[in-house]
Design a protein around this ligand. Structure first.
Ligand code: NBP
Length: 494
């Protein structure tokens, strides 16, 4: 049927059936989203830069389905109901700008362009302004869940031109994952807020993956557990408060055997982690906003260090490994790792939500933090049972200054902090790096300690730069002539 319509379309013959939405970009994500939309009863028109992919879809997974192939953008525009909705699922960056430019020539005022890729939110702000200036509407939608999510129901975070929402809502909500009957897709806010929320989701994802990696690393190196034992432990943890997609797939990964060697596949995978940039963007944004998100940044640095193979090789040669006494109570230490993981995870989410809280104020987005936690409960990579606790915390107090202060999370941290400290201390003693666990613990301690070292740092700044300091006993700004050798009164910016 689709080929028939294509032939008619190419001959300029008006077709009766028009598509509900057009999708450009038929790589893994785009193709699966098309099939997801079609399975929900929508007719989808498809286009791709390399047009053979259109034909491949029509003759392959799309055969016999309500999918209309468009080999040019004119064909795509002609095949759509009005107002036209066109979703881009192409590589982030220049390809998105290139398609927007071309679409502006074939679409009309009132039509809608959705970018479902991992675009940088500042690009989305710029594109929203450009597209709106031409009388069209623009939606920057973060989509999470990988290729499986795209096919069966991702978490979708749309933002941009708010008048586009009632028009795109039926399609986006019906293809999204659902939790307890609610779609994991709600309007986030104006500008690039949808892509911003997706960026922070990915930043949290970096930290979550890092800390699960550290739990595995300690099980292996401090407890000498086999892959099978670790698989059982993660499966067991997945039935409790740590229940999450990432813990679930970790158990599956540990159970996978390499067909060539007969060993657990994990043992033959190089310990070098790549990245595509969203964790770095989240960290850069936290620095720009002046929000402490050290655990997210540590996760990015940890991937970078893993890739510094020459330096790592030379350091392994230069410094002998530490020999330490074996741990005697394995079961207690394993419980400690679980507590350290949960407490550290809570800190990483607290940092991510603190970025969102500050961004909401800075950019005037009025983000609903409880709702954001809710739409991450299904479809996306960080989906987890405990996100409901975050939704509950913000529903009770939308102005919560930090997640750690919500009664539920206070209770968890009180209960787990002793084990958390024991695990970090044991790891440090053994020369086993746990940057996620230890930076989260330092974040927690920095917040909870009544007197930090920063009185000295501020005194140093005043000493060499006359940057002044506040006093504990009076209001105002003070400077001291410190009159010590070396005080030459030069002003340096530090
Ligand atoms: P890719 O990110 O690999 O992009 C492939 C698509 O981009 C193809 O349609 C390709 O066309 C098109 N493209 C490229 Br590459 N360069 C182009 C150019 N200069 N002009 C026009 N089109 C160009 O695909 P993906 O992995 O399906 O991801 C799509 C988007 O979704 C990305 O933004 C990605 O970051 C995001 N995302 C991916 C995942 C995931 O798990 N993969 C999850 C969530 C979000 P061609 O066929 O002609 O080369």
């Amino acid at each position: 049927m689709s080929t028939f319509f294509n032939i008619l379309l190419r001959k300029g013959i008006n077709i009766v059936k028009k598509a509900d939405i057009g999708l450009i970009g038929l790589a893994v994500m785009g193709e699966n989203l098309v099939l997801n939309m079609e399975s929900k009863g929508f007719t989808v028109a498809v286009h791709n830069r390399t047009t053979s992919r259109v034909q491949d879809l029509l003759e392959g997974r799309g055969r016999g389905k309500n999918i209309i192939g468009a080999f040019t953008l004119d064909e795509l525009a002609a095949s759509l109901k009005t107002p036209r909705i066109v979703m881009l699922m192409v590589k982030a960056g220049q390809p998105v700008d290139s398609f927007i430019d071309k679409l502006l020539d074939v679409l009309e005022p009132g039509d809608i362009i959705i970018d479902g890729g991992n675009s940088l939110y500042t690009d989305t702000i710029r594109r929203t302004r450009l597209v709106e200036s031409k009388g069209l509407l623009y939606v920057g939608a973060g989509v999470s869940g990988g290729e499986e999510g795209a096919l069966h129901g991702p978490s979708i975070m749309p933002g941009g031109s708010s008048s586009a929402w009632p028009i795109v809502k039926p399609i986006l909500q019906s293809i999204a994952a659902h939790v307890d009957g609610s779609p994991c897709c709600q309007w986030i806010g104006p500008d690039g807020s949808g892509h911003y929320v997706k960026m922070v989701h990915n930043g949290i994802e970096y930290a979550d993956m890092q800390m699960i990696g550290e739990a595995y690393f300690l099980m292996k190196n401090a407890l000498g557990m086999s892959a099978l034992e670790m698989q059982e432990t993660f499966s067991c943890w997945n039935k409790g408060e740590l229940d999450s997609y990432l813990i679930e797939i970790t158990a599956h990964i540990l159970g996978k055997i390499d067909e060539d060697t007969g060993k657990p596949l994990l043992e033959v995978i190089q310990d070098v982690a790549g990245q595509k940039g969203t964790g770095k963007w989240t960290s850069q944004e936290s620095l720009d906003l002046g929000v402490a998100a050290p655990t997210i940044a540590e996760a990015v640095f940890a991937r970078i260090i893993s890739g510094a193979q020459k330096q790592r090789y030379l350091a392994v040669e230069a410094f002998p490994q530490l020999s330490t006494a074996p741990l005697t109570d394995k079961s207690a230490f394993l419980d400690g790792i679980r507590d350290a993981l949960y407490a550290s995870k809570i800190c990483a989410y607290a940092q991510g939500f603190d970025i969102l809280r500050h961004a909401s104020l800075e950019y005037d987005w009025d983000l609903d933090l409880g709702e954001i936690a809710k739409l991450w409960q299904g479809g996306c990579i960080i989906r987890a049972q405990f996100l409901q606790n975050i939704t509950d915390a913000y529903n009770k107090n939308p102005d919560l200054p930090n997640l750690l202060l919500a009664p539920y999370f206070q209770g968890v941290l009180d209960k787990s902090q002793q084990n958390w400290r024991r695990v970090v201390a044991a790891a440090v003693e053994r020369g086993l790096p746990v940057p996620g666990f230890s930076s989260a613990l330092a974040y927690f301690d920095s917040l909870r300690h009544p007197q930090l070292w920063t009185n000295l740092v501020q005194a140093q700044r005043d000493y060499f730069g006359a940057h002044t300091y506040g006093r504990t006993d009076r209001e105002g700004s003070f400077h001291t002539e410190w009159q010590l050798p070396g005080n030459v009164g030069k002003s340096d910016e530090v």
